[in-house]
Design a protein. Sequence first.
Length: 330
Amino acid sequence: MADVAAMAGVSSQTVSRVANSRSNVDEATRERVLSAMRMLGYRPNTAARALATGRFRMLGVISFGLNAYGNARTLEAIVAAAQDADYSVNVVSVRAQTESAVRAAFERLTLQAVDGIILNEAQILDTPTLRLPSGLPVVVVDGEEGRRQPGVDTNQAEGARLATRHLLDLGHRSVWHLAGPQDSFAARRRAEAWHGTLKAAGAATPPVLYGDWSADSGYAAGRELAAKPEVTAVFAANDQMALGVVRALSEAGRKVPDEVSIVGFDDLAEASCFLPPLTTVHQDFEEVGRQCVSRLLDQIHTGEAGTGGVSSVAPRLVIRASTAGPPHAS
């Protein structure tokens, strides 16, 4: 630090302020100090900095099911937002949503010195007996109201309403739904909103089919749907399952969208390359990640525990070529 100060022509205190990203340094001085750091290969002593500031500039993430597209995209967005704020991220992947697994993940992150923790889609929080360890700020990625922890999520219900309403407005008398797993918060919210939208429109509510988010489960459900001539519109709870439905319908000789329209959810990067290009609900994972990190840093910087309540991120419907009016519509 003394060498950097001498090269930059400033005090050691100024070097410390720059190293700790303090705002009370003018930009010309900051750049001079940073240039000296680069030339000398200076790296702050993170242990010493943590002792001085009480912060490790490390966020922990507990994620459930990293193979799920939404969870992976949300994690990617959290990491990017944390990096923008000059924080690193330590991720613990938990395979089973059990109390012991969640407690073990918290303990592991606490031992690895994090300033706060984000839980990525944690239905386990609804377990009445679960008590999270105190002392660390927490933010949850999902939209369950009534929890003590603050949350951030896409407005799942609004996304499902947009999808269902779009198909009804095209003239379909009803909309079938391929839901995600019954233990998924997002899947439940989408299914409830689909059902409520049909009821509000006075439309028939067909029985729900369930998948596991995979294209294979969509294909299995699609074969069942293809055998029902009354099916003219399908809302699948994610794009992968929608892809499986499209394949099954095609193999059964039922054209999309001439005979059956289909809407997905997520807006995969590949959704526009499906055949036909998929109408779907776009989730802004980047904004979810930014808000998660922002709400967590607010707690870290103020030293105050976050209150409950969900920050809702609006989805939008992306209309492509997989939806049209019902066959023989006038």
